[in-house]
Design a protein around this ligand. Structure first.
Ligand code: SF4
Ligand code: SF4
Ligand code: SF4
Length: 321
């Protein structure tokens, strides 16, 4: 009895799609903020090496940089020697260390393996978090971590407005296209270098663009990729890039196809004439047919479902309304 009550309570709590959507926007903006901070750390390290004194920093770079320098210095001094800590927390989007904990991008890990045929231990350990996340929650990285999805989320809304006035068709590609992008990218990485991912992976492109802009005050060629991805999404279909082009999404969808937590439907409450969850899903998952592969647990279908018969819960729990 207690277990049934607990299941009902958790299922109801998880039904709150709106909360999930707000939370996902918050977490992705936090990642965006983290990327900007990592880029700023380069500037902090430069100031530290060149001046190492707030007054001198202000004289050289202005009052705003003095505030940035002082606050960064104060923050990192909690954990140890500030410049060393700042460097330890630096990195690019594909291999970030946060307070000493490594996070490695799965595609980057494959790229390193393909090119150098070995992994450093820290680099390999960094895979635990993204793979564990995919095995438990599926493609949740896409809705809660990937900062590029914020851009695609915004473009999808813009596209929805434009569709009231213009004809925008929905195109699709074979699901294997992203595997082809992965294979091609790995080939180019072995041949030329890992820089190719800054053009092929949307969130790398975004990270590189931010890093180049903030750390060096210049435009990155990755910005061109972001523009191409944006045009694809606008002209060919909602989250087209995520569904058909991005290899990370395909890889995570594959790893998470039997995830422990998934979207669930209470068939007794589902309306035969309704199609709302299918129409709203940005990943073109069909919750009405109990599809779960590629679901990023974004919560949009939970919000739109008129009978609230969808929930997010452990895969082997029975749904209850
Ligand atoms: S498919 Fe790729 S770009 Fe899209 S949200 Fe997922 S990781 Fe980000
Ligand atoms: S089925 Fe689609 S709309 Fe529903 S949570 Fe998954 S990705 Fe979002
Ligand atoms: S939105 Fe809800 S009621 Fe409509 S088809 Fe989907 S699960 Fe069924």
């Amino acid at each position: 009895m207690g277990e049934i009550l607990q299941q009902r309570f958790l299922a109801k709590a998880m039904k709150s799609g709106k909360t999930l959507m707000i939370f996902s926007i918050f977490t992705r903006f936090s990642v965006l903020g983290l990327l900007c901070t990592l880029a700023m750390l380069t500037e902090y390290n430069n100031l530290k090496i060149a001046y190492n004194h707030p007054r001198l920093v202000e004289l050289s770079s202005g009052p705003a940089m003095r505030v940035f320098y002082e606050s960064t210095d104060k923050f990192f001094s909690i954990f140890g020697e500030p410049a060393e800590m700042a460097q330890r927390n630096g990195g690019m989007t594909w291999s970030i260390r946060i307070m000493g904990t490594p996070f490695t991008d799965p595609v980057a890990a494959l790229s390193v393996l393909a090119k150098s045929r070995r992994w450093e231990l820290g680099f390999a350990l960094g895979l635990l978090a993204p793979i564990g996340l995919a095995l438990i929650f599926g493609r949740v990285f896409c809705s809660y971590v990937c900062p590029a999805s914020l851009l695609f989320f915004a473009i999808a809304r813009f596209r929805r407005i434009l569709r009231k006035y213009f004809y925008f068709p929905d195109y699709s590609l074979p699901g294997g296209f992203a595997w082809g992008v992965l294979a091609g990218g790995l080939g180019v990485a072995v041949w030329i270098g890992h820089g190719i991912w800054s053009l092929l992976l949307p969130y790398f492109a975004l990270g590189q663009t931010l890093f180049q802009g903030i750390a060096f005050g210049s435009l990155s060629v990755s910005l061109g990729s972001l523009i191409v991805f944006s045009i694809l999404d606008l002209c060919l279909g909602r989250q087209f890039t995520c569904r058909y082009v991005c290899p990370t999404g395909r890889l995570l969808g594959f790893m998470g196809q039997k995830s422990l937590v998934s979207i669930k439907r209470d068939a007794t409450e589902c309306l035969t004439s309704c199609q709302a969850c299918v129409d709203i899903c940005p990943m073109k998952v069909n919750p009405k047919m109990d599809e779960t592969v590629d679901c990023s647990l974004c919560g949009e279908c939970l919000v739109i479902c008129p009978t609230h018969c969808l929930s997010i819960s452990p895969r082997n729990w029975k749904t209850s309304s």
